[in-house]
Design a binder for this molecule. Structure first.
Ligand code: AMP
Length: 372
């Protein structure tokens, strides 16, 4: 168990790294943030920083020597970086398996199915011929996504129900979709006409103990999370199914830390796994204000070998992301009672950039009174 005064190394310096560093500080732990960008909002609150490429062996050696445990705040850390750190004897959590599975959408869906969870129909696409084959099997509408390095709706394109939607032939529509995602190894997914989206934020400790938060209901716009609310407007059985799947995933991956698993809820109350993130998750930001132990503290507790905290929720909550210029409303938001404002301290309020979030709290209603 890492005692206060110890150091957590964090790969990645965005807002998730920042909130992890703040949570670590609350427990008396220091943080060392490692990222390639010269400017990053996590640097402002970390004990130490290293600005270097992810594959710089010399910098990684010094980083590994300074940290008692290493974690990451984004899933696209090169596998090579984790290999180098492991060879240096660093304790990296979550482990290489979770990272490898989460980095490839095809492997991720196969993994979900291997633990008995359902997913949208999918087909691995390597070229135009396999795209056509996939469309024959799955049908239209469908979504074409890059297998790797996609996030926040980037690296994906919709394939319409009928080519005439676009006023072009099917061949032209396929070609356009293939070009749009950069003609890279991809996954074709059937379009799911879901009732809503939920996610499960869950943690597994070094001793195998699991803590599960209540699933929030998530609303996306342009592929970016806009808002999360708890409780989700789903039946208790639906929430239970999603929580069970998240728990099975944690054990199957021999996971240590917090995971965020995203689900589509169908009209019959069944759930499909969309994807998972091997890290703290945007749809769990409400836990900062609505729970005694947030997802960030939970992650630090798990990787540091501490007992997990109680994930119980004391309030109902709606979390809204402040994207781009929405952050300019900060002084009005700060003045509103019951609204908890979080500003990430990033520079320019560029469009599409997550600049902060606000969580509105309400007294928790009795379970079952979920009529929002
Ligand atoms: P992803 O990057 O896979 O999380 O996708 C971002 C968002 O796009 C999801 O949260 C959904 O709102 C939507 N989406 C992704 N895949 C599908 C699908 N197969 N069917 C319907 N909507 C989808």
């Amino acid at each position: 168990m890492l005692a206060p005064g110890g150091t957590v190394g964090v790969l990645g310096g965005g807002q998730l790294g920042r909130m992890l560093a703040l949570a670590a500080a609350r427990l008396g732990l220091k943080t060392h943030v490692y990222a390639p960008e010269p400017e990053n909002c996590a640097y402002d609150v970390a004990t130490a920083r290293t600005i270097a490429p992810y594959t710089d062996e010399t910098a990684l050696r010094l980083f590994a020597a300074s940290a008692d445990v290493v974690t990451y705040e984004f899933e696209n850390v090169p596998a090579e970086t984790v290999d180098i750190l492991a060879a240096l004897g660093a304790r990296v959590a979550p482990g290489a398996k979770a990272l490898a599975v989460a980095q490839d959408r095809v492997v991720e869906k196969e993994f979900a199915r291997s633990i008995g969870a359902a997913t949208a129909p999918f087909f691995a696409v390597d070229d135009l011929a396999s795209l056509e084959e996939g469309l024959k099997r799955i049908g239209r509408p469908a979504i074409l996504k890059t297998r790797r390095l996609g996030y926040d709706g980037k690296g994906q394109t919709m394939i319409a129900a009928q080519a005439t939607d676009l006023g072009v032939t099917w061949e032209q529509a396929n070609h356009k979709a293939w070009e749009e995602i950069g003609a890279r190894p991809s996954i074709l997914e059937g379009f799911v006409d879901f009732a809503c989206e939920i996610s499960v934020i869950a943690a597994r400790g070094r001793d195998g103990a699991v803590a599960l938060y209540d699933p929030p209901e998530n609303r996306h716009g342009g592929g970016i999370l806009r808002a999360s609310m708890v409780p989700a407007r789903v039946a208790a059985e639906t929430a239970g199914r999603a929580r069970d799947i998240a728990e099975r995933m944690l054990h199957a991956l021999d996971y240590v830390g917090v995971i965020g698993v995203e689900f589509f809820v169908l009209r019959d109350g069944s759930v499909l796994v969309n994807e998972f993130a091997p890290r703290v998750h945007n749809s769990g930001h409400w836990t900062l204000d609505a729970c005694a132990v947030s997802q960030f503290e939970q992650h630090i507790r798990a990787i540091a070998g501490w007992p997990l905290g109680d994930p119980v929720r004391h309030s109902d909550a709606i979390m809204e992301n402040l994207i781009g210029e929405e952050i300019l409303r900060w002084s009005d938001l700060a003045a509103t009672r019951g609204w908890c404002l979080h500003v990430y301290g990033k520079g320019e309020a560029r469009s599409g950039r997550k600049m902060g979030h606000v969580t509105r709290l309400e007294p928790r209603r009795p379970d079952g009174a979920q009529g929002r």
